[in-house]
Design a protein around this ligand. Structure first.
Ligand SMILES: Cc1cc2nc3c(=O)[nH]c(=O)nc-3n(C[C@H](O)[C@H](O)[C@H](O)COP(=O)(O)OP(=O)(O)OC[C@H]3O[C@@H](n4cnc5c(N)ncnc54)[C@H](O)[C@@H]3O)c2cc1C
Length: 477
């Protein structure tokens, strides 16, 4: 989205992509039903050292399209309160942007995603722009009514499903490479360099800004320097921060953007749990999935929330759903939240190196008791709503799965804040200590709401890049 917006505003853009080849998958979608999906492989756990929970995972895909090669495509907007509710704890947790600031940028991104979403406005989920609308099956309406009585919503999840019929060599209808980057290749001002792994940004002491990027060319094994006026980091929420740490120099000995010691801190993640409820009668299968929105802010502890995504439990039900048949169970994926603090962080690991000879990341995070309790309470709350809706759900046993990294939704390690004591980037994603460097992925999230992060990261990337052009023109960057 950064490249897309920069080019729209007339900039020359070089995109450095560590991966070499687009990893093929397969999606066959006919008449609005996904008949077949094959995902490419993700890598995990070979670039970090867990020093919090030993089970901590770090999934990544170093390839054009990144993790969008593997993603599901759920794209709920954040609500207005998601940007302000942290204030209940203190100014440290207040975003420097508001929902009204974000609306034009959500509206810029959503049309590119070919979203299918619900038909009604529901509490705690802004109704974004969608290409297709799908109502919930009628036999799930009582749950929607029960949720509404408690200030919550139940609707079709906003999801990038694409058009009703699609046969493509990728696993998801929306892939950031095929849907956004490839079309940019027609623009003469855009250059894509694949196999170029960014190692560090080069600080120019005399000019007081970054003037180049050092990359490892995977084809030659050599390091190359690329001259730049500005840098937009969008390598994923841990990789972008790693590049800033690895850019330490005599003016910035603790890492670029780390003059106040905030870089890497406030790491947060979604605890994620998946379980199945048996139902007492045949009920419509939820494909696309349904989404129960969070409890109202005033009834929840600050920054503590859950969302419940309800869908089909297994391949058998997936096939049944294609023929409009009913089923007798529903699978539930719950996301929870945690309060981001300085206790959890990433930082360069002193003793071990990755394949490029740069330090692996020490990932220090665990889910504390209030976080786990919130997830356990979420199991009971959904059953409570379903029982109020006249259903009789019986839970199947829940496997232990509450390990950091499982949701692949890390955020916060180069967070936005109006005060450099609490943030690495300002309200326009510019690094406080390096004004011509932006961080525009979920590393910039001030707090993590219970909603999937990617739409908000894309909207922030477009917004920040638009401003960068003005700043470059006025000399502010
Ligand atoms: C199974 C699964 C399901 C998911 N479902 C959802 C969902 O439903 N909704 C949602 O919002 N999110 C979902 N996610 C998360 C989503 O995929 C990520 O939030 C999103 O892809 C992040 O985008 P990004 O561009 O910031 O990072 P990435 O997708 O990680 O892309 C980073 C890019 O930077 C490149 N790169 C990294 N380091 C360097 C370097 N040093 N030099 C050069 N290039 C580099 C990589 O090769 C890659 O192309 C899911 C993830 C997974 C794995």
């Amino acid at each position: 989205m950064a490249a897309h917006q920069l080019l729209k505003r007339g900039a020359k853009v070089t995109m450095l992509e560590s991966g070499i080849e687009f990893p093929k998958g397969r999606l066959i979608r006919i008449l609005g039903k996904n008949l077949f999906r094959r995902f490419p492989e993700m890598r995990c756990n070979d670039r970090h050292v867990p020093t919090g929970a030993p089970e901590t995972k770090w999934y990544y895909t170093m390839a054009p399209g990144g993790l969008s090669n593997n993603w599901t495509g759920a794209v709920p907007r954040f609500t207005p309160d998601d940007f302000t509710e942290g204030e209940r704890l203190g100014p440290q947790w207040r975003w420097p942007v508001t929902y009204p600031d974000m609306v034009p940028w959500y509206e810029t991104v959503e049309p590119l995603l070919t979203i299918t979403a619900g038909t009604d406005e529901v509490p705690m989920l802004p109704k974004g722009l969608a290409a297709y609308r799908r109502a919930l099956p009628l036999d799930w309406q009582p749950l929607a009514e029960a949720a509404r009585r408690h200030g919550q919503g139940f609707s079709t999840i906003p999801i990038c499903e694409g058009p009703p019929t699609l046969i493509v060599n990728r696993a998801a209808a929306f892939n950031s490479f095929t849907e956004i980057v490839q079309p940019l290749l027609r623009n003469a001002d855009f250059t894509l360099q694949t196999g170029m792994h960014a190692l560090k940004l080069e600080w120019n002491s005399a000019k007081g800004c970054v003037s180049g990027i050092v990359c490892r060319n995977r084809a030659t094994g050599n390091d190359e320097r690329i001259e730049c006026d500005a840098v937009v980091l969008a390598a994923g929420p841990l990789n972008s921060t790693k590049i800033l740490f690895d850019s330490a120099c005599s003016d910035h000995p603790q890492g670029l953007g780390n003059n106040h010691g905030v870089l890497g801190l406030y790491l947060h993640d979604h605890p994620k749990e998946w379980w199945v409820l048996d139902l007492d009668r045949p009920t419509s299968l939820l494909a696309p999935a349904g989404y129960v929105t969070r409890k109202p802010f005033e009834t929840s502890e600050p920054l503590m929330a859950n969302s419940w995504t309800m869908g089909v439990a297994d391949d058998k039900d997936k096939i049944r759903s294609r023929f409009g048949l009913k089923g007798d169970r529903v699978a539930v994926q719950v996301f929870g939240t945690m309060v981001p603090t300085t206790d959890y962080y990433v930082r360069p690991c002193a003793s071990t190196k990755d394949e490029f000879g740069t330090p692996k990341l020490d990932i220090h995070i665990q889910f504390d008791k209030p976080v786990i309790d919130n997830m356990v309470q979420a199991r009971g709350h959904l059953r409570f709503l379903m029982e109020e809706a006249g259903m009789k759900p019986v839970p199947q046993p829940v496997e232990p799965q509450l390990y950091p990294g499982v949701a692949v939704h890390y955020g916060g390690t180069a967070r936005m804040h109006s005060d450099p004591q609490f943030g690495v980037v300002d309200a326009w994603n510019r690094v406080f200590d390096a004004r011509n460097v932006l961080v525009v992925d979920a590393a910039c999230f001030t707090t993590g709401s219970e909603k999937n992060p990617t739409l908000t990261a894309m909207a922030l990337a477009a917004r920040a890049s638009d401003r960068l052009i003005d700043d470059l023109k006025s000399g502010a960057a």
